[in-house]
Design a protein around this ligand. Structure first.
Ligand code: UDX
Length: 468
């Protein structure tokens, strides 16, 4: 009998992210990691995201002819995305408009396997219909994933909906987090009393369907989330931890910098400004790609920053302020303080910023990509989470990993100023010791012999075997 060498096969993988910045960013990095093993990759996104990727990145020149960027109908405009239920609208559009085109593409292309965003179980429906193997990728942390997955247990035990002082009560039904997870640390969509919100149903129901896939790829690493990964493996035995994917890609390409997957134009001028600042003197401030703030919240942060007497670089997205358009009156003391110590930009090359020697801290919304980018560079964080997974991430950063301060649910200029001084001055040594230790583990895991490196090779081998 002839033995078959799996490395002789060239698999064709179709990758389908939820078409928002944080999802596209990490899944495009996975696409690039797979194409380094000579896989054919089709990356499927809705038409608006397709066009923005082509406008703002060099995505096509990074891959060879084995890469195909496919636009599918569906998606919503940036203006719609910035409305209160923008994410829900995008989800509906992907599920209704894009779905038939996805089915047609998968049925008619010689695809070996589909890697789908784990919040899109409709892809599993399609894959099952046409008998195609599916692997899920989640863009969130293992700890957030596990808290989403445990929601039915919380409901059954009556710990959800949160009652009375439930925000401060320690919960008992998320295994592995019994000692420190409070109501306020649960995903934000658990904060409603009737638990019928679209977000609640969507994220809880979608997550519970994960075992339908042949495997689950997570953008994390064993040294960071080992105990929670053990819990996840009791329900999804085949977990591939291959993160942090941005660092993994750099390691495999043997480069210090990778190209950006940004859906906005990046303002590189901030790097010139950072070049003029002393080492570890600048606090980087960004609330990610979706979260907004009210004008009142913005002012509290602004006063907190200026009063802290630290230098800062602040990403002030054009759509950051909720419900306000046009120019705003800026109090003169804030204008002066910013001129003296600050730099504002619409959108920056964040990986490059966090790697800059001038950065000493990160005031973040605790999105998972931002968290990993900060961890890899050893930058301590002040966490002000806004929605979904961010509340859980910030609890882990503050309480479990001790890499920063979790100030969720407060927005007061004095507390913000005090937290900044603590992070950048008073407790700087303590935080840096933890973050530098974790940063070196993150770098080790993506190099030869590290667990993420080994898991990526296992994923590649498993997909090749699907060709047999
Ligand atoms: C949300 C979730 O909170 C997150 O956990 C999930 O994985 C995706 O959706 P988002 O607001 O997009 O995330 O935050 P985050 O995951 O941190 O992703 C933002 C990305 O935008 C990061 O990769 C960051 O580097 C990039 N970014 C941000 C820039 O390139 N420039 C900027 O100025 C700001």
């Amino acid at each position: 009998m002839l033995s078959m060498d799996p490395s002789a096969f060239v698999p064709h993988v179709a990758i389908f992210p939820f078409p928002a910045q944080g999802h596209v960013n990490s899944m495009l990095k996975v696409a690039q990691l797979l194409s380094l093993s000579n896989f054919h990759v089709s990356f499927l996104v809705t038409v608006d995201t397709h066009d923005r990727l082509l406008n703002h990145t060099d995505v096509l020149s990074r891959f060879g002819s084995e890469f195909h960027l496919q636009a599918l109908p569906g998606g919503i405009s940036l203006d719609e995305m910035n409305t209160r239920d923008g994410v829900g609208k995008l989800y509906d559009s992907v599920n209704t408009i894009a779905k038939p085109f996805l089915r047609e593409f998968l049925a008619e292309s010689p695809v070996t396997c589909v890697i789908a965003d784990g919040i899109l179980s409709m892809v599993a429906d399609v894959a099952e219909e046409i008998n195609l193997p599916i692997i899920y990728f989640r863009t969130i942390s293992a700890c957030a994933f596990w808290s989403y997955f445990s929601i039915p247990e919380l409901l059954q035990a009556g710990e959800l909906p949160l009652k009375g002082n439930g925000m401060d009560i320690t919960l008992t039904k998320v295994k592995g987090m019994e000692d420190f997870l409070r109501g306020r640390d649960l995903p934000s969509f658990c904060r409603v009393s009737d638990l019928t919100s679209a977000d609640f149903r969507l994220l809880s129901t979608e997550t519970r369907q994960t075992p339908r896939a042949r495997g689950l790829i997570l953008n994390t690493f064993e040294d960071l989330e080992g105990p929670i990964l053990s819990q996840i493996r009791t329900v999804c035995p085949n977990v591939y931890t291959i993160g942090p994917v941005h660092a993994h890609l750099k390691a495999r390409l043997a480069t210090k910098c990778t190209s950006s997957n940004s859906l906005w134009q990046e303002d590189e001028s901030c790097i010139n400004w950072l070049d003029t600042q002393p080492p570890k003197s600048v606090l980087y401030v960004s609330f990610g790609s979706i979260a907004g703030v009210t004008k009142e919240e913005l002012l509290e942060f602004w006063y907190g920053l200026v009063n802290s007497d630290q230098n800062f670089l602040w990403v002030m997205r054009a759509d950051l302020i909720i419900g306000q358009e046009g120019k705003h009156e800026i109090p003169v003391e804030l204008e002066q303080g910013t001129k003296a110590r600050g730099y504002m930009a619409d959108w920056v090359p964040q990986e490059k910023v966090l790697a800059h020697r001038a950065i000493g801290g990160f005031l973040t919304h605790s999105g998972w990509n931002s968290t990993l980018e900060s961890i890899v560079e050893g930058v301590p964080m002040i966490c002000w989470p806004r929605f979904a997974d961010q509340q859980v991430n910030s609890r882990f950063i503050g309480e479990v990993w001790k890499m920063g301060l979790d100030i969720k649910d407060t927005c007061d200029r004095d507390i913000i100023g005090k937290s900044i001084r603590n992070l950048m001055e008073k407790r700087r040594g303590e935080f840096l010791q933890r973050t530098e230790q974790m940063a070196s583990m993150a770098r080790r895991t993506v190099n030869e012999g590290g667990s993420s490196y080994i898991n990526l090779d296992r994923l590649i081998q498993d997909i090749r075997l699907m060709c047999l």
